[in-house]
Write a protein that binds this ligand. Structure first.
Ligand code: XMP
Length: 509
């Protein structure tokens, strides 16, 4: 296992990805982690990430320098290197010239992390401070034109630092440099795989839960389905899933999901139809935040009432993912991590006095999909695009009425069919329709129409934090627009949303 210390770099998740791509397990922790906790984790190596601070700023993040005396190899990247050098007696100063972007790295010693790396290679720099003097025992390993001390090592103590970012694709030899660290220096084994993760997690769940009962809110999305599958394979009949139909799902979705979930997840699921209750509470509500709050509150009430019927339940399982966990831990914050609850079930564990189990909390989305595959989930569940908890309520802008939901469902159905037929469904993060609270004039046959406008939103993204509008072929967009206007009563105009996130968001409300 590799421990990554997060000094606030925008790239720290990328470091974790690179390590895991090499089949080595890793964790990201804030610098406030204690040396005793590191000893308990017993990592094969430690990576200190970059970060936006200057080490001579008063409140810059620091890890206890005893970390360098544990006998565990440490690789410092950018700020991580500067911190290491400064903590061990070197000097760091504001650089005469800042260095951002590509630089040519001239390697002085082709050994250690630079084993088999060409003497001259490109690297990616992003720093305003530089190392002026190395601590005793360190040797210079490489330089760039603007940075004399771009890489250094203390081979005896297995302490290494690079000023550039090996984790980004702009450093072409970066992956090889990281591999040299993982395998050459730390002696890691390529043992992290979804198979081993699944086996270990199933064992852990069995140990934690013992003979107690577990409840899970199942939405049919990939995260909750994979969580259900993991729990089912661990504790079988002790698991009960609750599926709440809030009346805000897509066309025939509740019925289709019922069949798919029953067929593929041979588990105990309670389906609760609370559509009428949700729609009644949403009557006359147009404010997006009010809609979300109402839906959240009713969901909790419905879920709690159903959960109470399951006598003796002690645990609530959630499909929280690693990016949520990381985002909720500040690089400069305390050692306790505040877990961001799912939008759908926020607040439930506390209210219901249940203990939480989050078996996916160390996985990224694409790893969850791999895990789903490993556990035998069908492709149609693994590759479902994300769907927001408040459902179509945040896609019918303005007031939510039966008729408006019907229009949006029909539009969405045509859109998804075309996106799937064109082979785009799995390539897009999301593709959906939004019903605007506006009408526009059109002409159909020889008649004037005054009807609804729908917007099509299709985005590519890795993690929903940022997203780009999808450059779908004009021919496909034309066909979608044509079919929607011809087939869905009440729509006479289709527009395509060409905004990215940020500054827009993926959903319109
Ligand atoms: P935004 O609109 O914030 O959405 O760019 C980012 C991602 O989150 C989804 N989303 C939600 N998911 N409950 C959820 O489970 C919610 O309340 C919610 N709101 C947005 C959205 O579909 C996108 O994938």
């Amino acid at each position: 296992m590799i421990l990554i210390i997060d000094f606030g770099s925008q790239y720290n998740q990328l470091i974790a990805r690179r390590v895991r791509e090499n089949h080595v397990y890793c964790l990201i922790e804030p610098p406030t982690i204690t040396v005793a906790a590191i000893r308990r984790l017993n990592p094969e190596g430690i990576i200190l990430s970059g970060g936006p601070s200057s080490i001579y700023e008063k409140d810059s993040p620091k890890i206890h320098p005893a970390v360098f005396k544990l006998g565990i190899p440490v690789l410092g990247i950018c700020y991580g290197m500067q911190f290491m050098m400064s903590a061990l007696g070197g000097t760091v100063r504001r650089a005469g010239r800042r260095e951002y972007g590509f630089a040519e790295l001239r390697i002085k010693r082709q050994s250690g992390i630079f084993q088999d790396i060409p003497k001259k290679t490109q690297c990616w720099m992003s720093h305003g401070d530089s190392i002026q003097r190395l601590p005793r025992g360190f040797t210079l390993m490489g330089s760039t034109e603007n940075t004399a001390m771009a890489a250094a090592a203390h081979p005896g103590k297995r302490l290494l630092g690079v000023q550039f970012h090996p984790e980004v694709a702009h450093t072409p030899q970066g992956m090889k440099i990281l591999r040299n660290f993982l395998f050459g220096i730390c002696g890691c084994k390529r043992s992290w795989s979804m198979k081993s993760f699944a086996r270990q997690t199933i064992q852990d769940i069995r140990q934690t839960v013992a003979d107690k009962k577990v409840i899970l809110g199942l939405s049919g999305g990939v995260d909750s389905s994979v969580t259900a599958m993991l729990l089912h394979q661990s504790i079988h009949k002790q698991l009960t899933c609750i599926f709440v139909d809030n009346g805000l799902l897509r066309k025939n979705e509740a019925d289709k999901l019922k069949v798919t979930l029953k067929q593929h997840l041979n588990i105990n699921i309670r389906f609760v139809n609370a559509a009428a209750r949700f729609l009644k509470a949403l009557k006359n509500i147009t404010d997006p935040e009010k809609k979300r709050k109402i839906i959240g509150r009713i969901f909790m009430d419905v879920f709690e009432a159903e959960a109470k019927k399951i006598k003796g339940a002690e645990y609530l399982a959630q499909g929280t993912l690693y990016p949520d966990v990381i985002e909720s831990v500040s690089a400069f914050g305390g050692p306790t991590s505040i877990i961001k609850s799912h939008h759908n079930v926020g607040g439930l564990p506390g209210k219901m006095k249940l203990k939480l189990i989050e078996p996916l909390r160390y996985l990224f989305k694409d790893e969850v999909r791999l895990l789903g595959k490993e556990l035998g989930l069908p492709a149609e569940l693994i590759w479902r695009q994300p769907f927001p908890g408040p459902g179509l309520a945040v896609r019918v802008l303005g007031e939510i009425k039966h008729k408006r939901l019907r229009i949006l469902r029909d539009v969405d159905d045509v859109l998804l069919e075309e996106i799937k037929n064109a082979g785009y469904y799995n390539k897009l993060w999301q593709s959906f329709a939004v019903l605007l609270p506006l009408k526009s004039v059109g002409v159909m046959g020889d008649q004037r129409t005054y009807e609804n406008i729908v917007a099509i939103r299709a985005v590519t993204s890795k993690d929903a934090m940022t997203a780009d509008w999808a450059k779908l072929p004009h021919k496909l967009l034309g066909k979608i627009s044509n079919r929607i206007i011809n087939e869905v009563d009440g729509v006479n105009r289709v527009v395509y949303d060409i905004s990215s996130k940020p500054p827009s968001t993926i959903e319109w409300e």
